[in-house]
Design a protein around this ligand. Structure first.
Ligand code: ZN
Length: 452
């Protein structure tokens, strides 16, 4: 088993962990109540008293937080206090050491501040992730993510620098070809970016035919930001594209000083690496009941970062629908494992049934000799309700003839009908000909907006 950065913390469980969670939650609730008018008013409305807090049962009575509330709080602080971090921040504005932004779907970004101590905790989580997957100080790590204010941008570079890696901060904004060239020149042992950008880099390099990224000695890929890093076919494709490199999928939970999850060689879920820094609740989507994290379970994840000084989010609902197992992993590392099944945000309603775009993408990915797995779902209105046939685009491998395309299309549509029980109308494109759109954070957009 690979060694751990902080064995004591990463192996915490049972009564000791419960006691730590309760102590940290109480301290946090009292703090946000005293420091933030937003929380004080919210707790008063909900009829909860942080000074009387003593159990997880109490914690369930605290209202959850979501991105709409965050945006509202930030709009108010901008107007009333002259900063965009929200009325829910709980530190002196002068103690903010770094700001990040997440691109909101509505176009207004939401902001996160970090104090020096917030950065310290985040860097500790990065160190745990690096150590687990065998990245050592001094290893050359090429960072090919977007290095702007994105939450996974500069903070990742900060984490790498603090860990003592030999950081090659190229950043994705120079374009996939330029990053591929820099990789060929600098020969990193580790490359970090989104799965779709790393796939792009391989394709760009192959088009130029001057070098192949499979030959430059990359040992590990750390991917994040998209579901691809946990999809077997995409893991295989990435690994082959980089000469057999091991692929690790990393993830966070909003406000939890990410990363707090990373996968392993078993590719059977991401291990939870920060039990002392984050408290995760799982709510059953049907019954609304909270499920103990024990055995196998499924539901919506609710995150609380436990040590956050600036802008703690109490019980944040990210919209992640997850599956968890606490069974021991074949890799031997501690930490229960989680798979993201879908985002409740992206969920579509087709004939009254919930459908995650990832389910359609899975079917495309499974036809790996015919389809690349890149799909776009055409949306003609904002509502998640879709009248079948659902219209979508899919990208073919290579440039098949019209006759071959018709065969692939028929098979793809049939598979979806069989597996998901609704009708789709697919338009197929030759490889590289389908219009892709990337968000500010370089995530490939699944939906193609066909309305204003
Ligand atoms: Zn494992």
């Amino acid at each position: 088993m690979a060694s751990l950065w902080n064995e004591e913390a990463e192996c915490l469980s049972g009564d000791a962990l419960d006691a730590l969670h309760l102590a940290k939650l109480k301290k946090m609730l009292v703090r946000v109540n005293e420091m933030s008018p937003h929380y004080r008013e919210k707790f008063e409305r909900a009829g909860v008293n942080p000074y009387e807090f003593s159990s997880f049962e109490h914690y369930r009575r605290y209202p959850t937080f979501d991105k709409y509330e965050e945006r509202e709080s930030q709009a108010r602080s901008k107007a009333e206090l002259g900063h965009p971090l929200g009325r829910h921040i709980t530190c002196d504005i002068g103690d903010v050491n770094r700001m990040s932004a997440s691109s909101g779907t509505s176009g207004t970004p939401s902001f996160q501040g970090h104090t020096k101590n917030d950065r310290r905790i985040q860097n500790e989580n990065f160190a745990r992730m690096f150590k687990r997957i065998g990245v050592e100080p001094g290893d050359r790590v090429l960072f090919a993510g977007v290095m702007s204010m994105w939450v996974a941008g500069l903070p990742s570079v900060d984490g790498l620098l603090d860990y003592g890696a030999n950081v090659i901060p190229v950043g994705a904004l120079v374009g996939s070809m330029k990053v591929a060239e820099m990789a060929a020149l600098t020969r990193p042992q580790v490359v970090m970016s989104t799965p779709s950008f790393l796939r792009h880099m391989v394709k760009s390099a192959r088009q130029e035919e001057t070098f192949d990224l499979a030959d430059i000695g990359v040992e590990k890929l750390i991917v994040y930001g998209e579901p691809g890093g946990s999809v077997p076919e995409i893991i295989d494709e990435l690994s082959q594209g980089y000469g057999g490199a091991a692929v690790y999928d990393a993830m966070g939970g909003t406000s939890c000083m990410n990363p707090i999850f990373v996968s392993c060689e078993a590719h059977d879920g991401m291990h939870f690496i920060a039990p002392d820094h984050a408290y995760v609740e799982i709510r059953d989507l049907q019954s609304g009941e909270y499920l103990p994290i024990e055995g196998e379970l499924e539901g919506e994840a609710i995150y609380t970062g436990l040590d956050r000084e600036c802008g703690p989010l109490i019980r944040f609902c990210d919209g992640d629908k997850v599956r968890i197992t606490t069974d021991a992993c074949s890799c031997g590392r501690p930490g229960w494992r989680m798979k993201v099944i879908g985002r409740t945000d992206d969920m579509l309603l087709v004939k009254g049934v919930n459908v995650f775009p990832s389910a359609i993408q899975d079917i495309a990915v499974h036809q790996q000799n015919a389809l690349t797995g890149n799909i776009r779902i055409l949306k003609f209105a904002e509502s998640p309700t879709i009248e079948p046939p659902l219209q979508l685009w899919a990208e073919c491998v290579g440039a098949p003839s019209d006759a071959d395309k018709a065969t692939i299309k028929a098979k793809f549509e049939e598979e979806i009908q069989r597996a998901l029980r609704f009708k789709v109308e697919a338009t197929l494109f030759s490889e590289g000909k389908m219009e892709m759109e990337f968000g500010a954070t370089n995530k490939a957009k699944t939906f193609k907006k066909m309305y204003e």
